[in-house]
Write a protein that binds this ligand. Sequence first.
Ligand SMILES: NC(=O)c1ccc[n+]([C@@H]2O[C@H](COP(=O)([O-])OP(=O)(O)OC[C@H]3O[C@@H](n4cnc5c(N)ncnc54)[C@H](O)[C@@H]3O)[C@@H](O)[C@H]2O)c1
Length: 441
Amino acid sequence: MKICMIGTGYVGLVVGACLAEMGHEVICVDNNPAKISALLNGQLPIYEPGLERLVERNVLESRLSFSLDISESVAQSQFIFIAVGTPPAEDGSADLTYVMKAVEQIGASIRDYAIVITKSTVPIGSSERIRGIIEEQLKNRGLTDLEFDIVSNPEFLREGAAVNDFLNPNRIVVGSSNPRALAYMEKLYLPLTSKGFPIVHMDIASAELAKYASNAMLATRISFMNEMAGICEAVGADIERVRQGMELDHRIGSYFLSAGVGYGGSCFPKDVRAIIQSATERNIPTHILEAVDKVNHKQKQKLFEMVVGHFGEDLKGLRLAVWGLSFKPETDDIREAPSIETIEQLRKRGVQIHVHDPVALQNAYQALGEENIKYFTGPYQALMDADALLIFTEWKQYRSADLGRIKSLLKQPVLFDGRNLFNPYMMKEEGFVYQSIGRMK
Ligand SMILES: NC(=O)c1ccc[n+]([C@@H]2O[C@H](COP(=O)([O-])OP(=O)(O)OC[C@H]3O[C@@H](n4cnc5c(N)ncnc54)[C@H](O)[C@@H]3O)[C@@H](O)[C@H]2O)c1
């Protein structure tokens, strides 16, 4: 089956490569020439475990190709996925500029019956707007008889485990009320459903909302635990023990119950704000979602507050080491990462910052530049002569770090741990001033 993937970012590239792996013929298109030329030269523009080999194999076997030519790629394909970004607008709503631009290009280019599928996370009602734009374009081209269907097929993959998530999904959500479109989508996903992975059909609006509701639920669990962590600190309890006491309850389960420095990334923050905005436009109150967002904003301040609490308001001349820049491990994505916000705050106060991350240094350099920041490819190099270490991301290598080495390299044995990687008792024994989230100092 011939597929065109419009937008070759974190989602488009993974989904395109995985659909090719499932046996389909996929053209991934993007309007960023640097991205496409890197891919044509065999270089991946993102870090995602397992993706490089998948892309390499499917390109070699001629199922996966890359192009800048959106019109021609759309014209050749029966399934047209939209996987462009939907960043937050000023008011928090999803900015659909990229989606609508892609839709115009689709309307201007389709030649035969096609299924237009939204993979991008779009607010309720977007698919109907998309239908209207394509109909208008076809009318302008004198092609009112050309048939097409719109399907909402939201993506639930997690960065850092994206390939595995797509090829082994908990569920495939397909939104459409048209039996013809549903039949085509079932055929498309047959390689997965034949292995037992479930496909769930629903109307378009429910599919669009299922994506927002899922992300909002996960964000809620994180903010809930961060609020509990604050209570733990006040009453002398330990959030890690509290979590263990909760997660064995099957009604609660163990996922997304870790306290930390708040959620980041390109999805949770923007999707929570977008659903608040969608509800507000319809005069529906969103007490829970607003609280989730507010708690997260506060939590992202945590390590900055620890630094000020320990060193005082005047931070000028301090040198701090930062381990972990990406919003979570196994990705180079730094969008809305708590590390970036805190580094900005610290350097405004005259702090020199030494940063390390296993894969996100390049993205961080592009976002932060050189002012008061030095980038290190080795974690221990970043510690030299630093007054304290701040940890933002739970990369495995940090968890198993040599505490003696950390202590010998830092000017003072001070560690602010935003991911609760170490045991507070052990850290005290090792002679560290150690602060973490929701546990004793
Ligand atoms: N990143 C995730 O983990 C994730 C998971 C599920 C859903 N989503 C959703 O998927 C969508 C894409 O997210 P992403 O993280 O892949 O974004 P991204 O920014 O990494 O990728 C988007 C790509 O689209 C390209 N693009 C924009 N307009 C285009 C056009 N008119 N024609 C061709 N290419 C165009 C951009 O150049 C970019 O490469 C968003 O709506 C996001 O909310 C993301």
